[in-house]
Ligand binder design. Structure first.
Ligand code: FMN
Length: 240
């Protein structure tokens, strides 16, 4: 089956109920598939499905210095081989502090109406300041103000304090743009593995693991990540 056909099938599932037909990931398998491309099609299908309210929501799991994993939802803003999976946040938040100590993290998507899950593991780094400032500029003023004043993950004495801080910031920036704080910006997760899960009848679900061929190299020599990203993936089927 040509790649156009499976792309079409993936898109069509956005309109149907659960798709228990022959696994589309399996079809992709036969085509030396690119997991970024497959992820893009699954996101497109989720975006096309009216029951999916946040198609780009993904759970980011990080590890604290004490070894506690922590998960929280963030929104995917960009995904490509070159840029990795990009999201924006406060660098001083709990997740920012975790990532400063341990750059290994995972991202998990789950689209309930499509009965699909994608799990991604990789290494996280900050995007450039220019990238963060450019994305900040595209945000609505209300979002900029709330992010400007938010000491994300710190204790907030009251709701009143929050609202007063936003009102103060609004007044102080009436004549100009809200500046992008130094502690706010993007992170990029460069994947070492993707797992695509498709729910099927009788719990005989399909799971396909894509592992980057240079996984060990990338872990050992983080500077090589950029080069390794352009190369291939090892694909394995897993028991459900
Ligand atoms: C649908 C949804 C989307 C979210 N998107 C983001 C996001 O893109 N960036 C972000 O910092 N927090 C986002 N949040 C809030 C986070 O889940 C979390 O509460 C916040 O980042 C603080 O996490 P931390 O204390 O673990 O650092 C989102 C929450 C939800 C439910």
């Amino acid at each position: 089956m040509g790649s156009e056909n499976w792309v079409k099938q993936v898109d069509q599932t956005g309109e149907s109920e659960l798709d228990f037909s022959e696994s589309l990931v399996g079809v992709a398998m036969t085509q030396n598939s690119d997991p970024f491309e497959l992820l893009a099609h699954w996101i497109a299908a989720a975006e096309a499905h009216e029951a999916v309210k946040e198609p780009r929501a993904m759970v980011l799991a990080t590890l604290s210095p004490a070894g506690f994993p922590a998960g929280r939802v963030v929104l995917l803003k960009e995904a490509s081989v070159e840029r990795g999976l990009v999201f924006y946040t406060n660098y001083l938040s709990a997740k920012g502090r975790d990532l400063a100590e341990c750059d290994r993290a995972s991202l998990t998507f789950f689209w309930d109406p499509l009965y699909r899950q994608v799990r991604i593991q990789g290494l996280v780094s900050k995007t450039s300041r220019e990238d963060s400032v450019a994305y900040w500029a595209s945000r609505p003023r209300g979002a900029q103000l709330s992010q400007y004043i938010s000491a994300q993950s710190m204790v907030l004495p009251s709701r009143k304090t929050l609202e007063a801080q936003v009102a103060d910031a609004d007044l102080s920036f009436t004549s100009g743009l809200v500046p992008c704080p130094d502690h706010w910006g993007g992170y990029s997760l460069k994947p070492l593995s993707f797992e695509f899960w498709v729910g099927r009848e009788n719990r005989l679900h399909d799971r396909w693991l894509f592992e980057r061929l240079e996984m060990n190299l990338a872990i050992d020599q983080r500077n090589e990540t950029e080069t390794a990203l352009t190369s291939g993936w090892k694909i394995k089927r897993l028991y459900p």
